[in-house]
Design a protein around this ligand. Structure first.
Ligand code: AMP
Ligand code: ZN
Ligand code: FE
Ligand code: FE
Length: 288
């Protein structure tokens, strides 16, 4: 049996609902992601770019061709106290006006912020050009990872990590925060566009108290399967899911080769959980 055949059997009936493309900070194009996932035999995928939905049209079209289900997705950065919280949205209408207007506004804010950081770095004796940063981001969400790559290219730092540790990270001299929506507004936007909201990787740094507060906001589910979750955490979140009748999601959080990250399909959820999401969508739809 070939490796491919083996994978086909292993991944059939599985879904990876957390993947980043070049439209945010992943290294794979939407096309490459769909092809890779279909070769694995996955039943469904979602591309969940940070604050960006530009991958959806291409990916959905190609997914139809390859016979794999594509679920619209996004990973929205929200502010939570002084922390950042990631909210995954699925199944929304990616052409809905309020959602697209918000994401467009955010893209503009990200460009302004990148310009500020570039100015700070230049003042700090590390001149660089905004065009170089834009070239790294292609048509995706421009951010600090792209600035860090330019710094490596220009020899201003030895490594990508050094750029964050010395200049771009929180508390560093060239740090500049980005605009973030509130969790309740993020949930409302996703819901208004007909989608479902999930708390992304709560095990990374969310307290139980904060998790319960977010559930009260109307979050529909929790991401349980994630490379950074331990099996103890997964069981813990599953108990909460049962108690509050929430939905369960998960995926690889694949960023391709840009960061050390898990490959597509390494962390998956059974397709039955996708069916539960769809059932929730159909019972939630009430005539206005
Ligand atoms: P941005 O959206 O511009 O704030 O960039 C956020 C991204 O930068 C994260 O998704 C990480 O990939 C990366 N990042 C943030 N902080 C660090 C850090 N301390 N070390 C390495 N990468 C980081
Ligand atoms: Zn990312
Ligand atoms: Fe995240
Ligand atoms: Fe992610």
């Amino acid at each position: 049996m070939t490796h491919m055949m083996h994978n086909m059997i292993a991944k059939n009936g599985q879904a990876d609902l957390h993947i980043h493309s070049v439209c945010s900070d992943g290294s794979m194009t939407p096309e490459a992601i769909v092809k890779y996932a279909s070769n694995l035999g996955l039943s469904a995928i979602s591309i969940t770019d940070h604050d960006n939905i530009n991958a959806i049209d291409t990916a959905r079209q190609l997914a139809g061709h390859y016979g794999i289900e594509f679920i619209s997705g996004v990973e929205i950065s929200a502010r939570y106290g002084k922390n950042e919280l990631h909210i995954l949205g699925y199944f929304f209408d990616h052409r809905e006006k309020e959602l697209t207007a918000y994401l467009r506004f955010l893209q503009e804010e990200r460009i302004k912020r990148a310009e500020k950081i570039v100015r700070l770095l230049t003042e700090y004796g590390m001149p660089m050009n905004m065009n170089e940063v834009k070239a790294k981001a292609k048509n995706g969400s421009i951010g600090r990872p792209h600035i860090a790559e330019v710094m490596v290219d220009l020899g201003l730092v030895k490594t990508y990590q050094e750029a964050f540790d010395s200049y771009l990270g929180e508390g560093c001299p060239c740090y500049f925060p980005k605009f973030k929506i509130s969790p309740s507004d993020a949930v409302r936007l996703i819901g208004h566009a007909g989608g479902l909201s999930f708390i992304a990787h709560p095990g990374v740094d969310l307290s139980l108290e904060d998790l319960l507060k977010l559930i009260k906001l109307g979050i529909e589910g929790i991401e349980t399967i994630h490379p950074r979750h331990t099996s103890t955490q997964i069981s813990h979140y599953r108990r909460i899911i049962r108690e509050y009748r929430l939905l369960e999601s998960g995926g690889s959080d694949c960023h391709g080769e840009r960061k050390q990250s898990s490959p597509i399909g390494k962390y998956t959820i059974p397709y039955e959980l996708v069916i539960e999401m769809k059932e929730r969508l159909s019972t939630d739809m009430k005539p206005e």
